[in-house]
Design a protein around this ligand. Sequence first.
Ligand code: GDP
Ligand code: MN
Length: 390
Amino acid sequence: MKVHEYQAKDILGNYGVAVQRGSVADTVEEAVAAAEAMKADGVGMYVVKAQIHAGGRGKGGGVKLAKSIDEVREKAEAILGMQLKTPQTGPEGQEVKKILVTAAEDIAHEYYIGVTLDRARKMDVIMASTEGGVEIEEVAEATPEKIVKVWVDPSLGLQRFQAQYIARKLGFEGDQMKEAAKFVTQLYTAYQKSDATIAEINPLVRTEQGQIIALDAKINLDDNALFRHPDLAAMRDEAEEDPLEVEAGKHHLNYIKLDGNVGCMVNGAGLAMGTMDLIKLAGGEPANFLDVGGTANAETVEAGFRIILSDPNVEAILVNIFGGIVRCDRVARGVVEAAKNVDIQVPLIVRLQGTNAEEGMEIIQNSGIEIESAIQLKEAADKVTAALGK
Ligand code: GDP
Ligand code: MN
């Protein structure tokens, strides 16, 4: 699950990480009021920042400095409601519904630091660089030697010398080195305790006043661990997520939208992958990954059809269900019932295999609905090819 920058900063702040705080607003008036409160505390420079579930906002015009309250108003008016395009949003961009107003820091230098799991080494890795504020992927590609890494042994945890090693590699000395090492340790604790899959600060800055502080924060949380963190689960902002994926989640369907023309509905992730291959072999491209899980009943199948069909690119649907735990005749009845409730305007091919497969096929053929049935994979593939007119 992704969270907004202001939420990531709240999480980090709770673990003592030094972050640039601010006030989140969903109207211009709120943003102005927040800046006025900061002004009363002696702040003279502000930053207005779009809150969307994507990075690279600065490049797209979603992060602006403001020198006065009037400028805060002006920037807030410009950013709130804008369709913000960044390298991470896709060409259509993302509508800005919330902004963060902060006191601006005087930046002396921008660094990068991030934590994630290194699957190959089976250890968390902390990566840091003196080249912050820019796209770290480019630094990694062009000048990999400018990225320092340490791996955390899960049985030992992050060691003090490792945190200090990173701090020294970033060029810090003396008390600043200790402060930077403390930052690394607290960041790692926050990552671990919140069951994050990534915690990334770009930029981490040294201010002209000598402070070390996170100006930006990105945290992704492990969905499978959210049950342990009701407070973090409550940070979900569905308005930022793909509406079809949100809808699928409500029906406990495992759905990922893709760009192809053949919708598919399958039970089991492995069979879903195999089916996607099959679609490609048949000359199509999968429009989605959709695993309906063990219970392919009329309700889940109907939800699946609706989700697949709300994608205008879909030219055919292939249902490929293995009747192991669930019998094919039951699935067939579910498919027929669902197909009656949903107006399916594209060719529908149903392959049922496993327990009571023949009976399932009979149900499909006698349903009076235009459904192509198949038992063998080859048959299903040929029918997809025919449906696409290839
Ligand atoms: P991103 O573009 O989505 O990664 O958004 P960031 O929060 O990283 O902001 C983008 C850039 O805006 C940073 O790299 C900074 O250069 C600049 N910026 C953000 N906050 C401040 C601030 O408090 N003071 C100054 N001077 N620049 C800032
Ligand atoms: Mn950033």
